[in-house]
Ligand binder design. Sequence first.
Ligand SMILES: CC(C)(COP(=O)(O)OP(=O)(O)OC[C@H]1O[C@@H](n2cnc3c(N)ncnc32)[C@H](O)[C@@H]1OP(=O)(O)O)[C@@H](O)C(=O)NCCC(=O)NCCS
Length: 149
Amino acid sequence: MNLTIIQLGIMHLNDCLDLDQKSLEGLWSKSLWERELTDPKRICLGIKELETKKLLGLCSSWLVLDELHITSIAVDPIHQRKGLGKILISDLIKRSKSLQIKRLFLEVKENNKPAKAFYNSMGFKRVGNRSNFYKDGSDALILIKETNI
Ligand SMILES: CC(C)(COP(=O)(O)OP(=O)(O)OC[C@H]1O[C@@H](n2cnc3c(N)ncnc32)[C@H](O)[C@@H]1OP(=O)(O)O)[C@@H](O)C(=O)NCCC(=O)NCCS
């Protein structure tokens, strides 16, 4: 499989909505994705298969001073566990370093075991939690990764 990382923009709206439905259970509405893909303070990356031009994964983030808040990451279920998420986060870390970003942070659902294992493998550390953070009442863990480590 030949892959390429791209910067996502409004032209990828339908692909993002599609991947959101498949991998994130419809996390965001069309208007939220529109904002995500057009706001200059956001960094949205995609990973595409060159042959089919299909979007297989995405990662969006929000620049807040010298921190980057990862707001979503998703890989197409049939392509999970093939290293695509790792490629996306590694690329985001590389870009963060060149933008003088000191740390990345995110929230993950306490019961999302695959995502927790993924972030752990990428060197994220737990620094706290937010009670009752999600609609279903579950807690969020707050994870951080320093970009200089
Ligand atoms: C979390 C997610 C983005 C990971 O992407 P991925 O491409 O499948 O992950 P990778 O293949 O790059 O995995 C890298 C490492 O993370 C860990 N990992 C990833 N998925 C795992 C799983 N299901 N179980 C245990 N460990 C896992 C492993 O250490 C893996 O390395 P290995 O395969 O060599 O053992 C993907 O599972 C996904 O889209 N999940 C649904 C959406 C979601 O929950 N997003 C996070 C919201 S906070």
